[in-house]
Design a protein around this ligand. Structure first.
Ligand code: ATP
Length: 236
């Protein structure tokens, strides 16, 4: 059974009908990539899944539970985590305090010191900066923190919206290594990425959205080798 099953998803902004019947599945332990040009509807798809848009129809099941009838906070309580495009860390708090906020959101009762230690091991850059104010970090480091905070809550599935956007290449590589590690740790991932080459290298499968509709789905490896399809749908 799919961990996340999206069927016939439609979404509107006012009278503008943006998603037009999207169907996709993510299985437990998979890393699935959602790609497509700017404005194709990727962010809208993920926001519809986590409950941040007012007008959505169809079905979104997470481990068999229908999410569309639940408010966003109850969807997160099912074990979903979402890292939006605009990294919403709290700039006036330190790195440690931001991670603590992620823990507050977790339904599990975990020891804070253990979680901070785990995160520090995985993200050496954050370890060095635990008591630094988040606002003083680079954009890439702030994005790492946003991801770390989401993962602190020990979700079963993470939805990431263009995490590498605007980040210097060395940090992008680090970030992608980390996604591989998350996957090996058993966390299921739905990843929106413009950095198609890198994303397809670590993904199991991929979907391409175009003008609010899915136009392609297949194994990531096959899509990586299909230059024509990448040129047709992925050029920004
Ligand atoms: P990007 O890579 O640029 O983020 P995307 O694939 O994530 O693109 P969406 O942000 O989902 O695309 O946008 C899909 C369509 O919905 C676009 O035509 C966009 O202009 C429109 N749209 C997005 N947000 C709003 C909004 N708040 N109000 C009205 N239209 C919107």
């Amino acid at each position: 059974m799919a961990m996340l099953k999206v069927e016939n998803l439609h979404a509107w902004y006012g009278s503008s009908h943006v998603l037009q019947g999207v169907n996709l599945e993510v299985h437990k332990g998979e890393l699935v990539c959602l790609i497509g040009r700017n404005g194709a509807g990727k962010t809208t798809t993920v926001k519809s899944i986590v409950g941040l848009l007012p007008k959505v129809t169809g079905s979104v099941k997470f481990e068999g539970t229908e999410l569309l009838t639940l408010p966003a906070h109850q969807r997160f309580a099912q074990g979903l985590a979402y890292v939006p495009e605009e990294r919403r860390i709290v700039p006036g708090l330190t790195v440690r305090e931001n991670i603590r906020l992620g823990l507050l959101a977790s339904p599990l009762r975990q020891r804070e010191s253990e979680v901070i230690e785990e995160i520090a091991e995985t993200f050496p850059r954050l370890k060095e900066r635990l008591d630094q104010q988040a606002i003083t970090m680079s954009g890439g480091e702030q994005q790492m923190l946003a991801i770390a905070r989401a993962v602190a809550a020990k979700p079963r599935m993470v939805l990431l919206d263009e995490p590498s956007e605007g980040i210097m290449p060395v940090l992008v590589d680090e970030m992608f290594e980390y996604f591989g590690a998350l996957k090996r740790a058993g966390i299921t991932i739905l990843l929106i990425e413009q950095n198609v080459g890198l994303a397809l290298k670590i993904a199991d499968r991929a979907y391409i959205l175009d003008q609010g509709e899915l136009v392609y789905s297949g194994l990531a490896q096959a899509m990586l080798e299909d230059e024509a399809i990448q040129e047709r749908y992925c050029a920004v």
